[in-house]
Write a protein that binds this ligand. Structure first.
Ligand SMILES: C[S@@+](CC[C@H](N)C(=O)[O-])C[C@H]1O[C@@H](n2cnc3c(N)ncnc32)[C@H](O)[C@@H]1O
Ligand code: SF4
Ligand code: SF4
Length: 409
């Protein structure tokens, strides 16, 4: 078991460049997603092909075949050049300011120093993080280091049927051994592993993985994503848990249960309190509450800051991927103004720095969408002119076609 020892002194292994020329997003240099039978370079890029995990076996060269796969190289090239790949449109992690990405790297380094108990492992992780940082600063497209963050989707099985969930309609029941084969290739330089689903605590792979992670063969930290409708502290207690991210998408029973179908708001609050107790035993555990903003719950953003802010850091996000869904607030220009008003109200209420910067970033995404809409409206006369021009040409071509047809018939 690798519980963090608060007495451990941080070890600084390398001096990194002060340069601020970071890519627009660092994920493709640091992260690997494992799930839905595929690899991935971030949680938003499943539309790109990164190779399948079923074909992965002990002899596979992970660095060559996965981490330098052409989809990784494509994302790195675009982001290093400050460009916006289409999968990144609307993602709040994409930044024009290298300083944001530098700050993220700094926080990874600080966390790794603080949270990894095993000194040898910590040294390897730090060296790997340093190599990743050098690589992104040199704008390398083909890299020599390994990811230091992994996220495992343990299966689609779930005790809820949330309205906006991208997992609900998928079937995925991975074999734990397929995932462990990959983890075995990565673990020596991994800082942490996210365990998610479906509801990881009830999936076969999630439970097997957590049991194996508790067994003492791995030294990385584990972050659990859960709906907190049910917990299993016997399973979790021996695992080196670094963070628990609990979904909480409504500040009232009515709204929460409308979105989280099958969920019970009172159970959520009870279990949040239980996780808070767990944090008392191990202060290194970060407790985070995740609120996905939809057209059903945006009005409760300020109330969520007040209610959930008492227990943990609240982080808001937009519905991903499904812009045709009317719950997806980024696809609802009619709600942009009321949403911004609610974000402003929440910004007045909350003092939590992370929540504030998160809300400011989300407001930025909405404001830029509003600007684009205004630009399009400003160009309305141009659009009309173009349509008239196209129609005129259409008539011209139709006449020409008729003449040609006449000549030949
Ligand atoms: C897929 S869930 C898995 C973990 C757990 N079942 C839960 O609900 O927390 C991980 C996170 O993704 C969020 N999520 C699900 N569908 C989403 C979507 N379409 N857009 C954005 N986030 C989504 C959930 O709210 C949750 O915070
Ligand atoms: S900006 Fe967002 S979508 Fe693009 S690579 Fe980074 S995390 Fe993925
Ligand atoms: S609890 Fe999580 S995985 Fe289950 S349906 Fe809801 S968001 Fe999806």
């Amino acid at each position: 078991m690798n519980k963090v020892n608060a007495e451990d002194k941080p070890v600084v292994t390398s001096t990194l460049s002060e340069q601020t020329d970071y890519p627009a997003c660092i994920d493709p240099w640091i992260y690997v997603g494992i799930g839905w039978n595929k690899f991935n370079a971030c949680c938003r890029a499943p539309r790109l092909d990164f190779g399948v995990i079923k074909g992965f076996h002990v002899d596979t060269d992970f660095r060559a075949e996965v981490f330098n796969h052409k989809s990784y190289r494509y994302l790195r090239k675009m982001l290093a050049d400050g460009k916006m790949p289409d999968v990144c449109v609307g993602c709040t992690k994409h930044s024009k300011n290298g300083a944001d990405q530098k700050a993220i790297m700094e926080s990874w380094k600080a966390k790794a120093l603080k949270k990894i108990a095993n000194a040898e492992h910590r040294l390897r992780v730090e060296e790997n993080i340093a190599a990743a940082e050098r690589s992104m600063l040199k704008k390398e497209i083909i890299v020599d280091h390994m990811p230091f963050q992994a996220a495992v989707t343990c299966g689609s099985q779930c005790n809820l049927q949330c309205k906006f969930c991208y997992n609900c309609h998928n079937d995925y029941y991975p074999e734990p051994e397929d995932i462990l084969n990959i983890v075995d290739k990565l673990h020596e330089t991994l800082f942490d592993v996210d365990i998610t689903g479906g509801e990881a605590l009830i999936t076969k792979a999630g439970r097997s993985l957590l049991k194996r992670f508790a067994g003492g063969s791995y030294n990385f930290c584990v972050n659990l994503w859960t709906n907190a409708q049910w917990t299993d502290f016997d399973l979790l207690a021996p695992v080196n848990i670094s963070a628990v991210k609990i979904s909480a998408d409504g500040a009232t029973k009515e709204t929460y249960e409308k979105i989280r179908i099958g969920g019970d708001f009172d159970e959520l609050l009870t279990n949040i309190k239980k996780y808070k107790e767990l944090k008392k035993e191990n202060p290194f555990i970060e407790l985070g509450l995740i609120y996905t903003i939809t057209s059903d719950n945006y009005m409760e953003i300020p109330a969520a800051c007040e209610l959930f802010g008492q227990y943990a850091t609240v982080k808001f996000g937009f519905v991903l991927r499904d812009d045709n869904d009317s719950q997806s607030i980024t696809a609802r220009p009619d709600l942009y103004e009321p949403l911004i008003a609610k974000i402003n109200e929440a910004l007045e209420l909350t003092t939590a720095k992370l929540t504030k910067s998160n809300l400011v970033a989300l407001r930025g995404v909405i404001k830029s969408k509003m600007q684009t809409a205004t630009l399009a409206t400003n160009h309305f006369p141009l659009k009309v002119a173009f349509k008239l021009f196209a129609r005129k040409n259409y008539r011209f071509f139709k006449r020409l076609y008729k003449r040609i047809a006449k000549a030949f018939l």
